[in-house]
Design a protein around this ligand. Structure first.
Ligand SMILES: NC(=O)c1ccc[n+]([C@@H]2O[C@H](COP(=O)([O-])OP(=O)(O)OC[C@H]3O[C@@H](n4cnc5c(N)ncnc54)[C@H](OP(=O)(O)O)[C@@H]3O)[C@@H](O)[C@H]2O)c1
Length: 279
């Protein structure tokens, strides 16, 4: 008997990793729903045979509507890819509380609320996959990105708990840890660092860290992984019969994570200062 195509729901599908993931799933013959706020950017997905949906992951009503629409049409969701996220830059002291909350609203609570909306259907089906796009930044920390790291450390912890909790019901949970990947992420992050740099004491280092991201994400002189590299790891997590708990890929992925894991703290901090040219 021919296998039914997988039904996939991807958040943050309007650009970067989410968009490429949607297009890769379509090439595999999956039924793809790409969700985002900027629905006009979902046209490449629709043009390739997929569906575009509005979803603001910080709005519970929007999440419910989006999930219900997929269920109404397809009667199931096989794979949820929680990909929507952004990088809030700025020192811990400078980032206003409201912005820090927004970071968690999107990267953490957006991901958990999407998951909570989909899980009742997956538990009923006794099958399903949740693929959470974390970051290598969920395994270490760097200056002027503390709130982003904190949000991704949360994603790692929550995903590990979720994996153990949902296993009895046939649901598999994987974490994707992208390294540096050429999307809008770095441009937005560098902009945030500069915007939140208001205290003179921090301005030299803030500037250096923003320049570091601009060097990789804005300049065309440096090469970092294309989003399709991460999309392929997500495809593996969706189709493998024994998906891994973690897929780490992209530029500098192992370098940063292993540096943090194996270096003594003083050496790791020193390496960060050299890398980012900070004081
Ligand atoms: N690029 C990297 O180097 C890198 C490295 C590690 C991890 N990551 C992670 O990879 C994921 C994808 O990022 P990307 O690199 O592809 O960056 P991107 O091109 O900026 O894409 C981010 C996506 O998130 C969506 N989004 C943001 N806020 C949202 C909200 N409130 N509701 C719904 N969607 C929202 C955006 O869609 P709308 O604005 O249209 O809603 C956009 O589609 C993120 O979780 C990011 O943290 C990226």
């Amino acid at each position: 008997m021919e296998k039914k195509p997988l039904v996939i729901l991807i958040t943050g599908a309007s650009s970067g990793i989410g968009l490429d993931t949607a297009l890769e799933f379509l090439k595999k013959g999956a039924v793809v729903y790409g969700a985002a706020r900027r629905v006009e950017l979902l046209k490449p997905i629709e043009d390739s045979g997929g569906h575009g949906l509005f979803c603001d992951v910080t709005d519970i009503k929007s999440i419910a509507k989006c999930v219900k629409e997929v269920i109404k049409k397809e009667k199931k969701i096989d794979v949820l890819v929680n990909n929507a996220g952004f990088g809030l830059g700025g020192s811990v002291e400078e980032v206003p509380l409201e912005e820090a909350k927004k970071q968690f609203d999107v990267n953490v609570f957006g991901l958990t609320e999407m998951t909570k909306a989909v899980l009742p259907y997956m538990r009923k089906q006794k099958s399903g996959r949740i693929i959470n796009v974390s970051s290598i930044g969920g395994q270490f920390s760097s200056p002027f990105l503390g709130w982003y790291h904190a949000s991704k450390w949360c994603v790692e912890a929550l995903s590990d708990s979720l994996r153990m909790e949902t296993r009895p019901y046939g649901i598999k949970v994987s974490i994707i840890e992208p390294g540096l990947t050429r999307t809008d992420w770095g441009v937005i992050t560098a902009k945030n660092i500069r915007k939140n740099s208001v205290i003179e004491d921090y301005s030299y280092n803030a500037n250096k860290v923003a320049e570091y991201y601009e060097k990789y994400y804005v300049s065309t002189n440096t090469k970092i992984a294309k989003p399709v590299v991460i999309a392929k790891a997500i495809i593996k997590a969706a189709y493998s019969s024994h998906p891994k708990a973690r897929y780490r890929t992209g530029t500098f992925a192992s370098l940063y994570v292993n540096g943090h894991k194996y270096f003594p703290t003083w050496l790791y901090d020193f390496a960060m200062r050299i890398l980012m040219k900070t004081k």
